[in-house]
Design a protein around this ligand. Sequence first.
Ligand SMILES: [Zn+2]
Length: 108
Amino acid sequence: MKKKTMQIHRCTCKSCTEHPYGTIAQQHQAINRVLMELNEKNRRRFVGVLANEQGRGGTSQLAEITGLSRTTIVRGRKEIEHSNKKLPSGIRRAGAGRLLVEKNNLEF
Ligand SMILES: [Zn+2]
């Protein structure tokens, strides 16, 4: 059996610190276990979904739980938003294969 060197991230949020065996801690550990199985792209999308569910503050919360950077999570959130709804065709500039990365680092 091969063990990957990657370790499961241990969440250090308040709930996990205070109640390491509580429901929330178990949820957070479950999230991190799933994350380990995913590749990079799916990892950030999965976390993006979870962050979206939390709504405001979801990014920071998920960053704490998963240890992923906020940038990564924001990116994941954007990716799933884009795959959810089809962009109206007017938005795409003709010929532009790839839009420049928007300088749009607004915090969620
Ligand atoms: Zn936690």
